[in-house]
Design a binder for this molecule. Sequence first.
Ligand code: 2P0
Length: 334
Amino acid sequence: MNEKTSTARAHTNIALMKYWGKKDAALNLPTTSSLSLTLKEFYTDTMVTEGREDTLLINNLMQDPTRVHKFLDFLRAEKGDFPPLTVVSKNVVPTSAGLASSASSFAALTAAVAHYNDWDLSLEELSRLARRGSGSATRSFFPGFAVWHEGHDDQSSFAESLPESTMPIALVVCEVAKTTKKVSSSDGMQRAMTSPDYEAWVAKSHEQFDVMQAALAANDLETVGAIAEENALAMHALNMSATDRRFTYFSQMTIDIIAFVKELRKQGFLAYATIDAGPNVKIITRQDQAEEIKEKALASFRKLKVEIATPGPGLSYIEENDFADEALKINNEI
Ligand code: 2P0
């Protein structure tokens, strides 16, 4: 068996303007463009090497490889055949942050496979392929702020970097103990699309996009935060007003932290909330206010875990890695 390995690192990203609905589920085309911040502190390293069958190991634990196998078969059909792969992944995400996400995982996997096969692809092309694994992965190849263009077909739906920004943005990531049953993103957005308010959210998102991009260009963090909060809370309102099995990701503490963020603004802080497919709240703020906000959050909420995250780098490849032994172990087990 070929012992060649390839390892890629992709950082996770948080959407400031959300992807929440598909206009074409087969191609994974979103109903809106989305805009994100890549985070320095949280990332996934993924190594691939030839195996006896497609296999997945995450943080030393064997996983059901069904979704990864399906994605690898898509890559084989799209770009040309390659042998079965052992995929070994490490999420460098403090478990307390509750940020483990398919975004960094599918971005790192796409890049590792492309590198393994010597495919010469731009970041935009990698992003277009990763979209078929997980939509949010499109945005995890780029440093700082990235935009995923919704597009109208397979070719036109990919992400790219926004011009480099010196905006001193930070996210204060508040991990809330999970109390609600998890609804997967794919299922959640499908239900949200049955809300009578869905079309209005899409139309509003198109408007907000231009204002957000102008605010980024002008280093206007206050407007960036305000739009991000409005966009996210309206997304969660869709879940609650869905006509097909309405639901919410919010727990009581999610609601309490949203109120806490409003109170921070009254006290003069720059603070806005954004929330994804779970109860955790990320507080958008300035880097020089993040530590104080973290301390206030810890003092206000018992059992809350808090991490500070800042803008991160784009995709990288890692030459030396400590994955080889694990891959060998898996191949001996199968
Ligand atoms: C986002 N989320 O823009 C939105 C906001 C969660 C809330 O992208 O179905 O796991 O695999 O394309 O990428 C999570 O969705 O969904 C997500 P699929 P994905 O970050």
